[in-house]
Design a protein around this ligand. Structure first.
Ligand code: ZN
Length: 133
């Protein structure tokens, strides 16, 4: 794994939270994007080499809606940048980690992604992401 690519933060209202994060980070959101397959709207901020991804649910079945109902707004996942997502998935499966996605799928911000189940990572939802080439 190369670096922490971004932290995903679940929010109730992405427009209101984006204003808070623009003030906090002193930089503007550089991308707003909806990912229909995940039922989320996202807003991205660059912070040095890493990013902050705000996530708002677009329907009640969205994983973000379920997360907020259970835990409230807050840190939802850590995303690691990887060079070859297929070989990372194989490596992590061999190490005994449970993958939510065994086959990578399209994510926001020009990435292909896969999530690890938090029960195999001490309670943290982990996202692998590889830049689309
Ligand atoms: Zn993410």
């Amino acid at each position: 794994m190369n670096k922490i690519e971004h932290l995903g933060i679940a929010v109730r209202n992405i427009e209101e939270s984006a204003i808070i994060y623009e003030k906090l980070l002193g930089s503007a959101c550089y991308k707003l994007e909806e990912v229909q397959s995940e039922g989320v709207k996202t807003a991205f901020f660059q912070i040095g080499d890493s990013k902050i991804e705000l996530l708002q649910a677009t329907n009640d079945e969205s994983p973000i809606a379920k997360f907020i109902a259970k835990k409230g707004p807050g840190i939802h996942h850590i995303a690691f940048d990887v060079s070859d997502i297929q070989s990372e998935i194989k490596r992590l499966q061999a190490e005994g980690f449970e993958l939510i996605h065994q086959t990578p799928k399209d994510g926001a911000d020009n990435k292909i992604i896969a999530f690890l189940h938090p029960k195999s990572t001490d309670g943290i939802l982990v996202e692998l992401c590889q830049e689309k080439r």
